[in-house]
Design a binder for this molecule. Structure first.
Ligand code: F6P
Length: 538
């Protein structure tokens, strides 16, 4: 039984320390220690983390590490890596780390080594990807496949889309990729409106193969494809499935030979490096996909073996706990300064918020502290001309993660220097701000001075890497996966279930039937009225 978090002496020490630090400005902290900018840094798996612009001292780091130790972070990490069933509400192991384990590793689940199966699926995926990429896999009418449409939602969509966008530079440009997720028919209609079914391959990606959105889109895809291909036997050449549910795949009519499997110990939001990543492999090729997996593994090894004070995911996780608990921060902004990472904040939203948006502990007790913050963001520099105003001068504290690269994949005049100058400028402005004296010294009229003051003292992390490669992307994603895990360990919650999505699903299935029939509505007066109005106008 875990100890009550807020009664831990380590928690109390942090709370007292935070009260002391509340009125300390980053300007002071930097002035006091000229080595601060290199001291609060850590590096691993191609990623350099500068966390010096946080409202912390060496004492803070010491106290956060003490909290992590009291929370058994190391033991919990070992439990995850060795296949213990740490997803207790679903009685499942949590082994996304096995998806990128080298062949030589052994990881047991219920006494069985899962690593050989992982590699067998990877080989099957590679064989298939080579066939499609080389043109050996033909459509039913003998035409080469030119379009790949991934149908999935949540973890079966966000990871694949994010990775496709992030690694577009490495992708086969002869293939067109589309991603359909929303049950809104517009998503499907727009995705296929200019495609020829004879040249189109659908990847139906769903762990359960029962998700309403995905199954509805998959059935529409079948109807759409058969309108051109006519024969049901054509489905085998144009549909493959990625799932853990062989029975449902067969029921849908997809040949299970054309199914790529994974396992219940892979959570949906942790699955982009499983068979769910088939679209990624089709886009960038099997060798680049292996590089991606190696990047994940680099970070796994770092997280598992490095002391907390130099451990990137642990530090990142602990820093967000620090602001969430002791500075009333409600959100974290993810600000990648790389256009290829435009879907990274959206991907992280599911990873972080579906994992740590929980209100009870592992033991089912209601927490008396905050858990997962809201993650959001946009690629730089676009956000600067939109919401940064609030981060700089608003009333809320918003810790930010800036992500940038030394080298661009698209050298174009001085664009990249301009882009990166903005990363450094933003973190500097947030931390140091501009005092009233500085504003006055510029000759600003007295009445305008308060409007032009930047308080500063706004925390940020900067993550720098050399170049966005498949390997680097793997490390970056694993960094956040393990940061989320670290947070969950401190908060004593199950980061791997998602019961909060169930109620809406159940109610929707009841309402779907009510819309299609004349049964009496037995909801509240608002819901009854809205359904009635919808039915009368549709
Ligand atoms: O939204 C709930 C959820 O279960 C996610 O956790 C998951 O990624 C998504 O639905 C899709 O599930 P599936 O891959 O089973 O279709």
């Amino acid at each position: 039984m875990s100890k009550h978090l807020t009664s831990l002496p380590e928690w109390k020490a942090l709370a007292a320390h935070a009260a002391e630090l509340k009125n300390v400005h980053l300007r002071e902290l930097f002035a006091k220690d000229s080595s601060r900018g290199t001291k609060f840094t850590a590096e691993a798996a191609g990623l350099y983390l500068d966390y010096s612009k946080n409202r912390i001292t060496e004492e803070t780091v010491k106290l956060l590490i003490a909290l992590a130790e009291a929370s058994q972070l190391k033991a919990r990490t070992e439990a995850m890596f060795t296949g213990e069933k740490i997803n207790i509400t679903e009685n499942r192991a949590v082994l996304h780390v096995a998806l990128r384990a080298p062949k030589t590793e052994k990881i047991l689940v219920d006494g069985e080594d899962v690593v050989p199966e992982v590699h067998a699926v990877l080989e099957k995926m590679a064989g298939f990807a080579e066939k499609v990429r080389s043109g050996a896999w033909l459509g039913y009418t003998g035409k080469r496949i030119k379009n790949i449409v991934n149908i999935g939602i949540g973890g079966s969509d966000l990871g694949p889309v994010m990775a496709y966008e992030a690694l577009k530079h490495y992708s086969n440009r002869d293939l067109t990729f589309r991603f359909v997720s929303n049950v809104d028919g517009t998503d499907f209609a727009e995705a296929v409106h200019d495609l020829n079914a004879e040249e189109t391959l659908f990847l139906v990606a769903s762990k359960t193969f029962t998700t309403l959105e995905t199954m509805t889109n998959a059935h529409s895809a079948r109807t759409w494809a058969l309108a051109t291909l006519k024969q049901t036997e054509a489905i085998a050449s144009h549909f493959v499935a990625i799932s853990t549910n062989e029975k449902e795949v067969a029921k849908f009519g997809i040949d299970t030979q054309n199914m790529f499997g994974f396992w219940d110990w892979v959570g949906g939001r942790y699955s982009m490096d499983s068979a769910i990543g088939l679209s990624t492999m089709l886009a960038i090729g099997p060798n680049n996909f292996r590089e991606l997996l190696d990047g994940f593994h680099d970070m796994d090894v770092h997280f598992r073996t490095t002391p907390i004070e130099k451990n990137l995911p642990a530090l990142l996780g602990l820093l967000s706990v620090w602001y969430t608990e002791f500075f009333d921060a409600q959100t974290v902004a993810i600000l990648p300064y790389d256009q290829y990472l435009k879907r990274f904040p959206a991907y992280l939203q599911q990873l972080t918020m579906e994992s740590n948006g929980k209100h009870v502990t592992l033991e089912g007790k209601t927490v008396d502290y905050q858990t997962g913050p809201i993650y959001w963001g946009e690629p730089g520099t676009n956000g600067q001309h939109s919401f940064y105003q609030l981060i700089h001068q608003g009333t809320r504290l918003i810790p930010c993660d800036f992500i940038g690269f030394s080298k661009t994949l698209n050298p174009l005049g001085n664009h990249h220097d301009l882009l990166m100058a903005n990363v450094f400028a933003q973190t500097e402005a947030l931390a140091f701000g501009k005092t009233a004296e500085e504003v006055k010294a510029e000759g600003v009229a007295d009445a305008l001075v308060p409007h032009k003051v930047f308080e500063g003292n706004r925390p940020s992390n900067t993550i720098l890497a050399e170049k966005l490669t498949p390997r680097l992307l793997g490390s970056l994603v694993a960094l956040y996966e393990h940061a989320v895990f670290t947070q969950g360990v401190i908060w004593q919650i199950d980061s791997f279930d998602q019961w909060g999505v169930e109620l809406g699903k159940v109610l929707a299935s009841r309402i779907i039937k009510e819309i299609a029939s004349d049964t009496e509505l037995k909801h509240d007066s608002s819901t009854n009225n809205l359904i009635t109005r919808y039915k009368s106008k549709k």
